[in-house]
Design a protein around this ligand. Structure first.
Ligand SMILES: Nc1ncnc2c1ncn2[C@@H]1O[C@H](COP(=O)(O)OP(=O)(O)OP(=O)(O)O)[C@@H](O)[C@H]1O
Ligand SMILES: [Mg+2]
Length: 285
């Protein structure tokens, strides 16, 4: 199997000297007795926008849940803002946005403002209200995601893309600086997808947020992320987006041999059709 152990480019090395947000060393995580992640090393600096890709079941969500502290490491270390995951001092600094979070049952009657406001709740202020202090955070979060005009609309009346924005707004209202997104583009139309990606890019550039986003939509994620990570139990590629391997090389990274041999006239897509790489990624024209 070909494993690309890339040295991050020089400017990325410089970024690493900037504020470190995440530092993972030699991480192993098992689920139901099966090793899902092993030998994972990953460093992320403030302001980076990272795309995390890999086939189904390759451990992407597991990695996010481990960073959040929901799953525990069997081996290795994880530091988020220099602290162990779930440490009291970093509560609220990490936001998690999953695709499922935006799919709320129609029976849940809640306005955009109320949903975003939920982000300001934490264990310290759950039983009392300081309306004034929270209102400002909520207004600013709704503005950042471009939903201020829909503040009093019911969530059930919004499009999938708008709902996803509202969930991101909830994370921003908690003043999350490091935002983990698990498949936020699933089920939203192309136009909403593009504006969501622009919003995320803006959050990195203008608000200095740090973003780690899982997506199967390779073309969309490549348009936006500065850095790409290919995960399949361990990290097999970590580098600049423009250096991300083409799909044939990706098959090589996965140890998949082209079934039609290495004939020069063989179209690239044959590797795709005969492997399950295409199950893992959707590359739109
Ligand atoms: N709750 C669970 N209990 C036990 N094993 C699990 C659990 N959730 C996931 N797994 C297993 O862990 C492995 C990694 O799953 P994970 O959900 O992290 O993959 P993923 O890369 O996010 O996949 P997908 O692209 O389908 O979302 C898979 O083999 C999966 O079956
Ligand atoms: Mg997943």
């Amino acid at each position: 199997m070909v494993v690309l152990n890339m040295q991050p480019p020089a400017d990325m090395q410089l970024m690493k000297q900037a504020t470190s947000i995440l530092d993972i060393k030699d991480l192993t995580v098992s689920r139901s007795g099966k090793v899902v992640l092993s030998e994972v090393d990953l460093q992320i600096s403030k302001g980076e926008f990272i795309g995390l890709v890999g086939p189904n079941g390759s451990g992407k969500s597991t990695l996010l849940l481990t960073i959040l502290g929901v799953l525990k490491a069997q081996h290795g270390t994880i530091e988020v803002y220099g602290q162990k995951p779930m440490s009291r001092s970093i509560l609220g600094k990490i936001g998690w946005v999953s695709q499922a979070a935006a799919v709320m049952p129609k029976s849940v009657r809640i306005t955009v403002r109320e949903l975003v406001q939920l982000g300001t709740l934490n264990s310290r202020n759950m039983f009392w209200r300081r309306r004034g202090a929270h209102r400002e955070k909520v207004d600013s979060a709704m503005q950042m995601v471009g939903l201020e005009d829909l503040a009093d609309h019911d969530i059930s009346r919004l499009s999938g893309g708008q709902r996803q924005r509202a969930v991101i707004g909830r994370a921003l209202a908690s003043e999350a600086e490091f935002i983990l997104l698990d498949e936020p583009l699933v089920g939203i139309d192309r136009e909403s997808r593009n504006s969501l990606l622009m919003l995320l890019d803006k959050l990195c550039h203008d608000e200095n947020k740090t973003i780690l986003m899982v997506s199967h939509d390779l073309s969309a994620i490549r348009q936006t992320a500065h850095r790409m990570i290919y995960l399949e139990e361990s990290i097999r590629f970590d580098g600049h987006t423009d250096e991300f391997p083409d799909l044939t090389s990706l098959a090589g990274l996965r140890g998949i041999e082209p079934v039609h041999g290495h004939k020069s006239h063989a179209p690239k897509t044959i590797v795709l059709e005969d492997s399950d790489v295409d199950d893992a990624f959707t590359e739109e024209e």
